[in-house]
Design a protein around this ligand. Sequence first.
Ligand SMILES: [Fe+2]
Ligand SMILES: [Fe+2]
Length: 685
Amino acid sequence: MTAVNAHIKFTIMGTVIISKKVESLIAMPAQTEFVSIITGNIPDEIDRLISEINDIPVKTVIFISHDEYLPLNKYLNIIPYQKIYYQLVIFGTEDDLLGQNLTRLYHISDYKINKIQEYEFIFLTLKSFSLIEEFYDNEALNNKYMSKLLDMHQDQEDLINIGKSLSSEKDPDKLLRLILFLSKKITGADAGSLYLVEDDENNGKKLRFKYSHTFSRDIPLEEFVMDLDKTSIAGYVAVTGEILNIPDAYQISKFSSYSFNSFFDKTHSYICRSMLVVPMKNHLDEIIGVIQLINSKKDKSNKGESENEAFTIKLINKEDFDTYVITFDKKYNNLLQAIAGQAAVSIENNRLINQIQNQFEEFVKASVTAIESRDPATSGHSFRVAEICKYMAHAINDSSNFGKIRFNENNLRELEFAALLHDFGKVYIDLNIFKKAKKLFPEDMENLQMRLDYLYRYVELSYFNKKMELFDTDTDISEKKIRSDTFKNEKNSTLNRIIEIKNKISMLNEPTILDEDPVARLTSIISDIENIECRDLNGNSIDVITDSNKANLTIKRGSLNPEERKEIETHVVHTYKFVSKIPWPSEYKNIPEIALRHHEFLDGSGYPDGLKGMDSISIQSRMMAVADIYDALSAKDRPYKKPVPLNIVLKILTEEADKGRLDKSLVDLFINEKIYEKIDSEAFK
Ligand SMILES: [Fe+2]
Ligand SMILES: [Fe+2]
C-alpha cells in the first residue's frame, strides 16, 4: 500500500463517501490526505454527507452497495446538476450485477464483487476523479462553444434585424441616425460618427461629417466638410478602405499617415480611447462613407437589449474611462463591416429612391404647369387643390372624427400626385370651351352683332329706297310730305328696336344665373326680330339669329351648352387614361382611381359614372371634390369671373354637403380647421 502511495502524486483533491454497507469491503489506506472520507448510511444520510462537503461543487466518489444504487440515483437526479460531480463504485455479487437495472453507466467507475485492497481503493478513487475531470472539462468546453454559438447566432439575428430596419427606413436623416444607433448598440460603443463621401464643386471628393452621437455627453451636432485624404482617421479609412481597430487613439504611432485630432476631447472633456472605423462600401465596392465608433464599453450587465452598455454606462470622469473603456473586440471588425455594407446599400437605395421621386415630382409639376399655362384662368389650380388635400389629410390624422383613417407618408404622396394630376385630361379638351366666358364664343357674338348691324343698315336703305320711290311718283307734294314723315317715324322706331335687340342679346349672352328664364327672353327677342325684313344682295331672306345662336343663348345655367358641358366632363376619363399609363409603384396604385372620381357626388349627381354613397367614392376623391369646388369658386385669377367672397364659398360648400353631394364631415373639417386660411393662393400663381 505504502509502495503505491509512494508512487502516486496526489494533485487532485476530492471527497469519498463510503456507504456503511460496504465499509467492511474496503481496505482503507493509512494515509488519506488526498481525499476526505465520510462514512454514512445511503441514501438516508446522503443529505448530511453532502452537506459535510465544504467546497461545492466538488469531485465526489461514492462507494455503495448494489441495492443502494437506485435510491441514490433517484436522489442524485433531483439535486441541482452542478452541485455535485460524482462517480460511483458499486459492490455486489455476480447475480446482483446481472439482475441490476443500471442506468447512466458513465457515472459508474466500477462494479466490484469482492473486497478491495488499499491500492484498488486508491486507483478507483483516482480513476473516478479523472473521469469527473474529463466530464467537467468537456462540459466546460461545451458551454464555451455553446455560448460562442449563441453569440454568433445573436450577431446573425442582429444583422438580419439591422438589415430589415435599414431597408425599411425611407427618411435619409432617420436612416443615418439608425445606422449609428445600431452600430453603437451592437458594439457597446459610447460614441460614434458618420461621414459621407460627396462631390465637391471642382469634380473632386470631400468627406462630410454628417452625424454624430455621444451617449456620455450632450453635444449639439454641427455638420462640416473635410478633405478626403489620409491625414485624418476617417479620411484614411475612406481613402484606403481599410478597417482600423485602434486600442488607444492617443497612442497612434507618429509614423502613421493619419493622426488623432484631440480638439473634440479638449472641448467636451472627453477621452476618445478605443476606436473602430470601417468604410461603407456600396454594391460597386465604392466607398460612400465611414462609420467611426468610439470607446467600446465593458458589458457589465449581460442582461439583454434593454441593458445595452452603449446606453447605460456613462463616462463622466477619467476613472470611468479607465474602468469601462476597452478595445473593440476583434469580432466587431467583421460584424461592423457587414453592418456598414448594409448601411451603404440602404443609403444608396435611399438616395436613388429620393432622386427618382424628386425627378418624377418635378416632371409632374412641370407638366401640370405647362398644361395650366394654356389657360391663365386656371393657373395654379391643381397645385392649390393638392395643397388643400394635404392639409385636409393632416387634419384628418389629428382628428378623432375619422375612425381609423390615417394618412402615412406614402398615402400623402399618393394623394398629392392624384391631386396634381386630377385635371390633366383637360389637355385633350378644346381650349376655347374652357375659356368660354359667355354663352356665345366671341367670334359668334361678333358675327351676330355684324348681322344686326347689317339689319340696321338694311332697314335704313329700305326706307331710303321707299322714300326715293315715293318722290318719283306724281303724288301731291303735301301728301308726299305726310307719307315721308310716316316712313321716317317707322324707320326710326325699327332702328331703335334693332338697337334694343342688340342690347338684349348682349345681356342674354351673359352666363345665366339660376332664377332667369333665357328661353322666354329669347322668344320675345326672336319674335321681335322676325317682324323686321332682312335680305341679302340676291334678295334671299337672312336669319339674323342662327339656330346655333339660339341653342347657346338659351343655355339654362352658366355659359356652356350641353355638348360643351359633356366634352368638358370627359376630362376626368382622359385624366384616368393618361395617369393609368404611368407605371406607379404599388404604394401609389390608387392614383388613377382617386383622380377619376374628383367630380363624383355622393348623391349620384356627379360624373363620369354618377357613383352614389360613401362606399363607392374613396375619401381621397371626396376630399378632392371639396378642394376642387373651393378653389374653383374662390380663385382670384379668373379674368371673366370675380372670386366669390369667402363667406359665400363656405356657405355653398355647406349647402352642397347638406344636399348630400359633398361629404359633410370633410366640409366641416375644412371649415372648422380653417384649411382655407392655410393656402397661400398667391404662392401658386
Ligand atoms: Fe376637374
Ligand atoms: Fe379641378
